[in-house]
Design a protein around this ligand. Structure first.
Ligand code: SF4
Length: 335
């Protein structure tokens, strides 16, 4: 039988797991091999994932399991994503949903973000976690590569209310060579689906000489879905099998993004110290409506939220932003 959680649709049979090694067959069912095992459980600023347009300034609990359904040559989390999950078990915490949510509350986290690896490889566990999170009003978001099947993107949409989908490239030439999948079409389909009723941001890690020529095409695709989707262009430092690749050229990417900004309302360029592209500008009058620090290496931080509610304080233009309850109110209401 085949596993239907992602578009690899691996054959799983007794004694044989699929590509990610996280699911196995039991009778006529595909089940998780390592339910409730987490590789990470710590706090972070929501801007650092990055999420720029949802719960700005809030404290998140970052969680993750192990393994991945992609095989990116430049993976920045290879020690978790590519390691045999069986070997990883010695480095994991076993935490049931109530304990996880209790930890989030003790750490004063406003929300939970699954961010270390791909959530598609741990869907049954996450379906249980969200029940406990919902019972105390903690929203959940995730970073995903968007390669889920149509059925499991619905499961992910039932778990997470905010997404950052990594759209790594468009062409099959790129996806085959650098990611190990034949096509980006399922990812594009799932971005369209999620954008219908979930908060969606998109990240593109740029690798010099590999996908930098696709910047304009990606901006065009996103604009065709919704020009208000926040797009994070991430300067990926050479890692994993691509350690010897050149560092992406900041000036060249900056230049390429000038035309993207005419297509999309919220374009960001980060992962280097001092980026001027980490503030949110009002799409109508151009004034700064959210100011951030750029600390490099995914460590961005909120400085000032100038919006009045969801409106630009200068011209009143509505800014796409999910504010939710302020963190303090949420904590007080639980007391
Ligand atoms: S989730 Fe894992 S086992 Fe299932 S199809 Fe994808 S790679 Fe294969």
């Amino acid at each position: 039988m085949r596993c239907g959680y992602c578009e690899r649709r691996c054959r799983v049979s007794p004694g044989r797991t699929g590509f990610c090694r996280m699911y196995m067959r039991q009778g006529d069912t595909v089940i998780e091999r390592f339910p409730h095992h987490f590789s990470a459980c710590g706090t972070s600023r929501i801007e650092s994932f990055p999420f720029y347009h949802v719960y700005p300034g809030s404290r998140s609990m970052a969680i993750g399991t192990s393994s991945c359904n992609f095989q990116c040559r430049y993976c920045s989390n290879a020690y978790i994503a590519k390691e045999d999950p069986e070997v990883m078990q010695g480095h994991m915490y076993r935490m049931f949903p109530e304990k996880l949510i209790d930890t989030a509350r003790k750490l004063n986290c406003h929300n939970i973000v699954f961010s270390v690896n791909e959530p598609t490889v741990s869907i049954p566990t996450l379906l249980e976690v969200v029940q406990a999170a919902r019972s105390v009003g903690i929203p959940m978001g995730c970073l995903t590569n968007g390669f889920a099947t149509k059925e499991s993107i619905e499961l992910l949409a039932s778990i997470f209310s905010f997404f950052n989908v990594s759209l790594k490239g468009l062409s099959s030439q790129f996806t085959r060579r650098y990611i190990g999948i034949d096509s980006s079409q399922p990812v594009l389909r799932n971005i369209r689906r999620l954008a219908q009723d979930r908060h969606v941001e998109v990240t593109t890690p740029v690798i010099q000489g590999a996908n930098d020529i696709e910047i304009d095409g990606i901006a065009e695709f996103l604009a065709s879905v919704d020009p208000e989707i926040p797009w994070h262009v991430f300067r990926l430092l050479p890692e994993d099998e691509m350690k010897d690749a050149p560092y992406p050229d900041i000036g060249a990417i900056d230049h390429a993004l000038q035309s993207a900004r005419k297509k999309l309302h919220y374009v960001y360029f980060h992962n280097f110290v001092g980026s001027a592209w980490v503030n949110t500008l009002c799409p109508a009058c151009g004034s700064v409506v959210i100011e951030r620090f750029s600390l490099g290496c995914g460590g961005d931080k909120l400085k000032h939220l100038f919006c009045q509610g969801k409106a630009c304080p200068h011209c009143g233009q509505e800014i796409r932003i999910e504010t939710g309850k302020p963190h303090e109110t949420l904590v007080e209401s639980r007391a």
